[in-house]
Design a protein around this ligand. Structure first.
Ligand code: PEP
Ligand code: MN
Length: 373
């Protein structure tokens, strides 16, 4: 997909002092002192490209701290004047956009709870028409890449060229290690679909706790993300929002020092040779996988016909449970991850059901009018 983007954002930006391109600052602006002290310490690291602070906070429950509002914009303006750092905040409606622009905010980001809503994203995009400001679109809270791309397209169509995406993970009903599931395949697919779009990772909202910030950041670097957004606070434990995931500027420095930054590509002919050969092997296996899936689905179709003739339902839970258990046992014994087996087999099962549905309902008129794409 080709969007009219200015790729100098991040990749050739002069504010990009050293890899990774880094946005940091508190989850929320709380007091002028907290904002300024955090910004001063961050500026002294000489590694931060943009200072962030949430002014309007989307909180899950009411009666919690919902941000300081407009006074915080003045503090950000002071940060910019004092430290020279460009400043960023989250916007969730057109009023936020107008106010932030009035105070000279350099970068606006659309949060995860906003990018789910095409009406709101369009309202923000309309407010951005004709404005030259940097905009980042966080992934929607649900793992829907089309929704994410749709939000990015709306902003791009408004004429925003310095545009990027932020991967902040996806919420899930299950209690898991991380606060939000990374689902790395989604930002990887976004990169494939819009190669010119810079993508930065927000390990803070993925992790939900300081403990995992490093491993998520390293993974993002290994996947060649363009940068990171990491929350920092002069006194994280006392933070009014997201206390457990914020770092002191000093701890941020320590985290950065441990990051291993690998090369995105190589021109070394020997290395390219080895890689080329290994990639050929991968291509062969991928071809096998396609052939195998084709064969498997053909059998599914035959089963579908047989079930139709004999008036049996498609879903046979007991049989399916056996299939998954058997695959899981074998896969684990071979050193494959439970996640891989689970994902692959769920996808195959779904496709099998679709195949059988088609066979079973052939000739029956389709009354399905759901259309939400
Ligand atoms: C934030 O960056 O503080 C924030 C609210 O993020 P998200 O939209 O990813 O939850
Ligand atoms: Mn936060």
């Amino acid at each position: 997909m080709v969007l009219n983007l200015d790729t100098s954002l991040i990749r050739e930006w002069d504010g990009y002092k050293a890899r990774p391109f880094l946005i940091s600052g508190p989850c929320s602006a709380e007091t002028e002192e907290q904002v300024l002290e955090t910004a001063r310490e961050l500026a002294s690291l000489n590694r931060v490209s943009i200072f962030r602070a949430g002014i309007w906070k989307p909180r899950t429950r009411p009666n919690t701290f919902e941000g300081v509002g407009i006074p915080g914009l003045k503090w950000l303006r002071t940060v910019k004047k004092e430290t020279g750092l460009p400043v960023a905040t989250e916007v969730a409606n057109e009023k936020h956009v107008y106010e932030a622009l009035k105070y000279g905010i350099d970068m606006l980001w659309i949060g995860a709870r906003t990018s789910v809503n095409p009406f709101t994203v369009q309202e923000i995009a309309d407010a951005l028409k004709g404005v030259d400001v940097m905009v980042f679109v966080k992934n929607p809270i649900n793992p829907d890449i089309e929704l994410w791309i749709g939000a990015i397209e709306r902003v791009a169509k408004a004429g925003i060229k310095r545009l990027g995406a932020i991967h902040r993970g996806f919420s899930s009903y299950e209690k898991t290690t991380y606060r939000n599931q990374p689902n790395w395949q989604i930002p990887i697919e976004l990169r494939r679909r819009i190669p010119d779009l810079p993508i930065i990772c927000d390990p803070s909202h993925i992790s939900g706790s300081r403990e995992y910030l490093y491993e998520i950041s390293q993974k993002a670097m290994d996947l060649n993300f363009d940068g990171l957004m990491i929350e920092s606070h002069i006194n994280p434990d006392k933070a009014l929002s997201d206390a457990s995931q914020q770092l002191t500027p000093n701890d941020l420095k320590e985290l950065l020092s441990r990051l291993i930054l690998r090369n995105a590509s190589t021109t070394d002919p020997k290395l390219l040779d080895v890689l080329g050969e290994l990639r050929q092997q991968i291509d062969i296996y991928d071809d096998h996988l396609i052939d195998l899936m084709e064969q498997r689905m053909k059998v599914s179709e035959t089963i579908g016909l047989y079930k139709k003739e004999n008036n049996i339902t498609i879903l046979q839970t007991v049989r399916w449970d056996e299939v998954v258990k058997k695959a899981m046992k074998k896969g684990l014994a071979k050193g494959l991850s439970a996640e891989l087996i689970d994902n692959v087999f769920k996808a195959i099962h779904q496709e099998s059901i679709n195949c059988q549905m088609k066979v079973m309902n052939k000739g029956i008129e389709n009354h399905n009018h759901t259309e939400n794409k």
